[in-house]
Design a protein around this ligand. Structure first.
Ligand code: ATP
Length: 627
């Protein structure tokens, strides 16, 4: 007992020691492990891998990720001891070489909110007992050898993450409440049948590698002869036999009829559209203005003015290969190597949006099997040579949360940037365009804030001497990649003159002596305010922009008023929200020199995040966290 607080009971200490002996199997553990003996207290002596609840010194989490452990994970040792079973909320043993024993007894640890066992050698069925872990929020079982049907995991109503890729799981995917899930991946298994309703909220990457799976978002439709994978028919045979053949024949004939009707309708529409387009062309003449039809090609909608000979391709030249001619687009990504400019112009293109500094098109390049986003920059005043030098410099600075430019085109008339298309949209969309009933939880918002701060800090460090800030940082330029991780896009596209005209410059007032880096800090502060308030940056609040409004409310000591109601409802820590708000306010200070540096910002946010992770509240209702 210390300071009048309970310490861990002796039987729990004994159980933990045996649990660890089984995990380690006397293997050589690269990192020194302290504690894990019968003579010390896990909380007082701070055993490696153990975090305790502050209030009563009981074990809260056990973490042994990447410890090269090659023994057995046997939850019975800890989950059969009441004091441990009721206190442990996190078990993380990712990336070891562990086998599992008595896995079903994990159900006794029913306070678990986070269970991470990915990257081990677990085999056999995932026990039905997992579905009784009704406080679970995040479950990661990927990269193991699990097989057979999944248990009834959808009954865990608070689950926000399920990662099970790279196993041998089979049967159908259970009907999860996908609107609750933030992360979901069952790729590279043996699942079959139809993706359940709502599953198309995730990209095909969450489902690929399951030969028997069909339906949205996968390209192969269910029940369409020749489209469904032959193995799908085979694997679903057993269950089909159980049903009545007649019902199925009727059902499929129904599908076929509906399909035929839809096909006819589409054909009718296409004919009409073709006719209309012809009429429009006659009316409009052949000018070079933008025609923002939804589905088109770059050549037809946007780039007729590009002055370039057809022999000028952009596959063979690398940015490293010395001086480039003014009209060449230079590729830097092996995936799109060989793509010709001509092909890019002819590929189906769709206007994604038009910003202050240009338009972005989604372009499908069938041959490369890639979807690209092409940005045409408007009114770029930086001379072409300088633009190329900048692209060359940017090409050398890589960060996992920075979306790289895969190609660019630069002539006197045109500047085009080519990126990989990110199917999960932008942070702006996530914050301000969520369907009703879905929210973006505090932990995820904090995660995005720290990811972006870290990436921006890295970029500022790398590019300070080159004087290349982002220059146009905003939530629509933060894109979510396939793993739903935030990535900064369009870094360094703005020239100083463009930057002077940008909303950031206008809002931050003090840009006569432009310091783009401090402008980025201001812009990042606005993103933090969007995350905290859920409000759009330029939406007027009593005639004020977001930063001015927040500062004025906080001055009146109505701080709580600014927070997004969804965060309050979720029960996010007010203390940590206020801490983040204080950082944001220091970022949007009107005097650039009073703003924090990005390194300070990143480390402060990371502290808040760590504190938040440490304080996973056992009593938190599973219904509270939603994304
Ligand atoms: N690589 C990409 N993948 C998917 N969507 C993208 C990509 N790049 C941009 N977008 C989306 O395209 C839309 C238009 O982008 P654009 O950059 O023109 O708009 P903006 O950021 O509001 O304006 P600007 O950058 O000109 O100030 C935005 O919704 C943006 O999120």
């Amino acid at each position: 007992m210390i300071n009048g607080m309970e310490s861990v009971e002796p039987d729990a200490i004994d159980a933990l020691v045996v649990f660890f002996e089984n995990l380690s199997n006397n293997s050589s553990i690269p990192v020194p492990v302290s504690g894990w003996n019968h003579s010390s207290d896990p909380c007082e002596a701070k055993w490696t891998g153990i975090v305790c609840h502050d209030e009563n010194l009981s074990v809260k989490s056990i973490t042994f990720d990447s410890f090269n452990l090659s023994g057995t994970f046997n939850p019975s040792f800890i989950c059969n001891i009441a004091s441990l079973a009721t206190s442990i909320v996190v078990i993380s043993i990712k990336n070891n070489n562990l086998h599992a024993d008595n896995l079903e007894l994990i159900a006794n640890c029913n306070q678990l909110t986070h269970l991470y066992v990915s990257g081990n050698r677990f085999v056999g069925n995932l026990p039905e007992a997992f579905s009784r872990l009704n406080n679970l929020k995040r479950l990661e079982i990927s990269d193991n050898g699990f097989s057979g049907d999944l248990p009834n995991l959808p009954r865990i109503s608070g689950l926000i993450e399920f990662l099970a890729q790279n196993n041998r799981l089979s049967g159908s995917i259970p009907e999860f409440d996908f609107s609750n899930l933030a992360n979901f991946n069952v790729s590279n298994n043996n699942f079959s049948g139809k993706v359940p309703p709502g599953g198309d909220r995730f990209t095909p990457a969450s489902y690929t590698g399951n030969v028997g799976l069909c339906g949205e978002p996968l390209p192969n439709k269910c029940g369409v002869p020749g489209d469904e994978h032959p193995l799908a028919a085979q694997t679903s045979d057993d269950s089909k036999k159980k049903g009545s053949n007649w019902t199925e024949i009727l059902m499929y004939s129904g599908y076929a009829l509906i399909g035929l009707a839809i096909l006819l309708l589409i054909m009718l529409k296409v004919c009409k559209r073709g006719k209309k387009k012809k009429e429009e062309l006659v009316e409009e003449g052949d000018d070079d203005t933008y025609r923002s039809k939804d589905e088109n090609t770059l050549e037809s909608v946007d780039f007729k003015s590009i002055n370039m000979s057809k022999s000028e391709v952009f596959g063979g030249n690398s940015i490293e290969s010395g001086p480039v001619s003014s009209s060449l687009i230079v590729l830097t990504s092996p995936e799109v190597n060989g793509l010709k400019f001509e092909e890019l112009l002819k590929a189906p293109a769709e206007l994604l949006g038009r910003g202050k500094h240009g338009s972005v098109y989604k372009v499908k390049c069938e041959e490369q099997g890639m979807t690209l986003a092409v940005k045409r920059i408007k009114d770029w005043v930086l001379p072409s040579d300088e633009f190329k030098l900048r692209m060359k410099r940017l090409n050398h600075v890589k960060h996992p949360n920075l979306l790289p430019v895969v190609a660019f085109y630069c002539s006197r008339q045109e500047k085009l940037m080519v990126y990989e298309y990110q199917p999960n949209g932008s942070l702006f969309k996530l914050l301000h365009g969520m369907p009703m009933g879905q929210t973006f939880d505090w932990g995820s918002r904090l995660g995005v804030a720290s990811t972006i701060a870290d990436a921006l800090a890295f970029m500022h460090d790398e590019l300070h001497l080159d004087n290349i800030p982002h220059g146009n940082l905003k939530s629509s330029n933060i894109l979510l990649n396939n793993n739903m991780e935030a990535c900064i896009s369009e870094y360094g596209l703005m020239s100083v003159n463009n930057f002077n005209n940008s909303p950031i410059a206008n809002n931050s007032m003090q840009f006569d002596q432009v310091d783009g880096f401090r402008g980025d800090i201001y812009a990042f502060g606005v993103i933090l305010l969007e995350l905290l308030t859920g409000k759009m940056p330029m939406v007027e609040n009593n005639g004020m922009d977001l930063a001015t409004w927040v500062v004025s409310v906080v001055k009146e000591e109505w701080t709580v008023e600014v927070f997004d109601r969804a965060l309050i409802r979720e029960g996010a820590s007010e203390e940590r929200m206020v801490n983040l708000l204080q950082i944001a306010i220091k970022c949007v200070d009107r005097s650039p020199e009073l703003r924090l540096s990005i390194n300070q910002v990143a480390s402060m946010i990371n502290n808040i995040k760590e504190e938040d992770e440490r304080s996973i509240d056992v009593s938190e209702s599973p219904f509270d966290i939603r994304i």
